[in-house]
Design a binder for this molecule. Structure first.
Ligand SMILES: Nc1ncnc2c1ncn2[C@@H]1O[C@H](COP(=O)(O)OP(=O)(O)OP(=O)(O)O)[C@@H](O)[C@H]1O
Ligand SMILES: [Mg+2]
Length: 257
């Protein structure tokens, strides 16, 4: 199982939308994925129609593992729209503080996911918009990071500071690599979009910037509101085409690693 963090500390970058729809596109391509909601806001869980406080959820898996009494993580997996998800709830916010005093605190999630190693081709981790214990746990568990960002100049700064942080995480996980940056809410008619894209290519090179861009597509937001992925909602929408292309590029990039 390859573990991928979908992460950047900037809010609203398209992390949750990308986690969900990339997994759905990989499912279409015949791959099995586990989705893990690591955000106390539980946007990914809500995007799959889970609005209550599921038990057990990511929080309980981390707590049990941290206490040295891990239960089977399978207990927390919910199947929705043909996707397997470990959901989150607001209690996960307290994990940020509770993990601080635990031995091996940065490795707790990695240990949980190790128990699921043989069940899936990929695990996609939807990170919160911050660099705290939850995001560090995600990065320590991961083989690669995929960073979505919107075409704005603030995003460029966000990406740069996140990558600086990633260098520090390498002390704990030397194998993590930046798989690539993906532009979301892309609108080629806007000058700023083209400028930000050019800057990204200049700063990181073609190898680290996905050729696929996710266009602004209202159907993506509508699918999220309807509690499902874009392929189940409208498989002909631009959002579906773009995530299908992203999955193909993702597989070729990850295959060559
Ligand atoms: N390509 C797109 N076209 C149109 N709307 C989009 C697109 N991508 C994301 N959105 C919308 O933008 C909003 C933010 O996206 P999303 O929740 O995926 O970002 P996020 O990085 O997970 O945010 P947070 O940092 O708060 O977790 C959502 O309402 C989502 O529906
Ligand atoms: Mg999110």
């Amino acid at each position: 199982m390859k573990i991928i963090s979908i992460a950047i500390q900037k809010g609203g970058a398209g992390k949750t939308t990308t986690t969900l729809n990339l997994a759905a596109a990989l499912r279409e391509a015949g791959k099995t994925c586990l989705l893990v909601d690591l955000d106390p806001q539980a946007g990914l869980s809500q995007s799959l129609g889970i609005h209550d406080e599921p038990f057990p959820n990511t929080y309980h898996l981390l707590k049990r593992e941290a206490a040295g009494i891990p239960g089977p993580p399978e207990d927390a997996i919910i199947e929705k729209s043909g996707l397997d998800l470990i959901p989150a709830s607001l209690e996960l916010a307290s994990a940020e503080l509770e993990l601080v005093s635990v031995y091996g605190r940065e490795h707790i999630l990695a240990q949980v996911l190790q128990r699921l190693e043989r069940r899936y081709d990929f695990a996609l981790l939807d990170c919160p918009p911050s660099i705290g214990m939850l995001t560090v746990n995600a990065l320590v568990a991961s083989d690669a990071i995929l960073m979505p960002l919107t075409p704005e100049f603030l995003s460029l700064r966000g990406a740069k500071s996140f990558l600086r942080h990633l260098e520090l995480v390498r002390r704990l996980n030397a194998r993590i690599d930046l798989l690539g940056l993906v532009l979301t809410r892309y609108d080629a008619r806007k000058t700023m979009t083209r400028e930000v894209e050019a800057q990204l290519l200049q700063d990181y090179g073609r190898d680290k910037v996905f050729t696929t861009c996710i266009r602004t597509s209202i159907a993506l937001a509508k699918a999220q509101r309807a509690g499902t992925d874009i392929f189940s909602f409208d498989k002909n929408a631009n959002g579906a085409k773009d995530y299908r292309a992203l999955a193909a590029e993702f597989l070729s990039k990850i295959g060559s690693k």
